[in-house]
Design a binder for this molecule. Sequence first.
Ligand code: ATP
Ligand code: MG
Length: 438
Amino acid sequence: MEALLLSGHDAYIVGGSVRDDLLGREPGDWDLTTDGTPDELRAIFPEARYENRFGTVAVARDGVEYEITTYRSERGYADHRRPDVVEFAATLGEDLARRDFTVNAMAWGRAANERGGTVASMVDPFDGRADLAAGVIRAVGDPDARFAEDALRMLRAVRLAASLGMRIEGSTFASIARSAPDAAFLSGERVGAELQRMLVAPVPSVGLRLLDRSGLLAIILPELALQRGIPQAKIAGEDLWDHTARTVDAAPAGAVPRLAAVLHDIGKPATFADGHFLHHDVVGSRIAGVVLDRLRVPRETRERVVRLVRHHMFSYEPTWSDAAVRRFIRRVGPDLLDDLFDLRSADDVGSGLPADLPRTAEIRRRCGDQLAANVPLGRADLAVDGRDLMMALGLEPGRKLGRILDRLVVRVVDDPAMNERRALLALARAIDRNLEDR
Ligand code: ATP
Ligand code: MG
């Protein structure tokens, strides 16, 4: 700000940064706005990174990045999702007027022509401070017009309400309910990004409920909207949608656990028959994959969530042998166990049960014991490898070799003591002969 002021420009912190600071939170990012044009800014900050597409100049100081944007007004939005024209504006007031919500339309700083003092002041033309104090998300200007310009603002309203623990003001909410169908114009990527931010809120069901009540859910996640009204014999008077909301709230606050909780029963509406949900885990993992692809969720997140949905119905019995525990670990994948048990605990809470059922604790502990003992679980853990088998048995690389290795894995998972070179080579020979005979 000092550098901007010394160069004769206005310097303001703006938007979410001001909002978060007033709330006593560390802002997620520092946004500044000024009358300086991008060219002028690059002269003031030669080391800055320039994002041409958005006209944003990013300056890094002491490991913190500050994004400086020239005052602008945006017009157009024929497609409900991006401005046709981004125009520079003459005043801070115009810049604040194009922002989405009153709590996001405040600036703090100084104008260049304020002589003498070093005192910065708050610029708050839409009384964002009052709404912030009252915990209200309210559109700047006419909500219908603002949501027609950019449908993403509806999702931002819901996300902000959930993550800040605020409510959406009545006429703003009514406008979202009217404009919800426009959310169909949004790219899956933008929807997915907002959804993921909403889901990591302290109480994500606040956002889910708002999505449902506004009609946004049926547009952006129709698969999930189908859960309303599906019976669930878990908590009296509650349906499957209620169960999902409770489960999401109980899941740890990360993208993978929360997405898995939202989607864990996504296969139930499609499989519901005679009071049962046959194979809803299998069907659900397929639907989850389709949803996550549409939302452009990062590949690793997508893959883990799909696997969690697929395996969430495991039913552990204390009578399981250690070998059964090892087979379970191999089936699920050691990397997924913690998330899977967390999902089960959340699912239990969502069903009106305690989070720490002894059974879940027990399978968690037994899996931990097996992993701590470093038991063989896959090909890489075998005391022999493909080359050994090729040498000893005169095999060629190919499908048969792979099948033999897999059988060896099955055997050592059953009995880790078998994981010894001579025993495995003998076993491989027997398997080889056996495959030949058939
Ligand atoms: P976060 O805490 O997630 O960063 P934020 O409100 O700061 O929330 P940003 O995406 O960083 O969100 O946007 C910065 C500011 O830009 C907002 O506070 C708001 O003033 C404005 N803004 C962002 N997106 C829009 C939009 N779609 N329409 C209008 N104004 C927007
Ligand atoms: Mg921000």
